[in-house]
Design a protein around this ligand. Structure first.
Ligand code: DQA
Length: 146
């Protein structure tokens, strides 16, 4: 087991800062990575932050997390959260704890966002705190909650 926390971001999150800022805020993904790296340093962890627009890449990275022995995965699967049985199966296939993360609170939004396949297998869900959702998820790992 390493002290690395893998942070996986799904489709359209590369456009954070530009994309619907009234919902997702003005921080870019790089801003969030920087904030997380600073907090992780204080807590004795290393952050490995990634983003992809491709579902299968997220599946591959979850498998790699297991092989690499990362401490935990923070997963914002974005829209794949609500559609991907492949991600549900991948989370169930590994023993590393996966925390579901969302900037917005999908349960407060359109009906089609209320279903979360990721949430069916995640150890914990942190949502609705903007960029702070990622920090709270990291702090939950550091506190041994997962
Ligand atoms: C999101 C919520 C999802 O419903 C949406 O498809 C996203 C972002 C969030 O972080 O709030 O792309 O995961």
């Amino acid at each position: 087991m390493t002290n690395t926390i893998l942070v996986l971001n799904g489709p359209n999150l590369n456009l954070l800062g530009l994309r619907e800022p009234e919902i997702y805020g003005s921080d870019t993904l790089d801003d969030i990575a920087g904030m997380l790296e600073d907090r992780a340093l204080e807590l004795g962890f290393t952050i490995d932050m990634r983003q992809t627009n491709h579902e299968g890449m997220l599946v591959d990275w979850l498998h790699e997390a297991q092989a690499d022995g990362v401490r935990a995965v923070l997963l914002n699967a974005a829209a794949y959260t609500h559609t991907s049985i492949a991600l549900l199966d991948a989370i169930k296939a590994i023993t590393i704890p996966v925390i579901e993360v969302h900037l917005s609170d999908p349960k407060e939004r359109e009906e089609f966002r209320h279903l979360s396949y990721v949430g069916m297998a995640a150890a914990l869900t942190v949502e609705g705190h903007g960029a702070g959702s990622y920090r709270l998820a990291l702090e939950a790992v550091a506190a041994g909650k997962v």
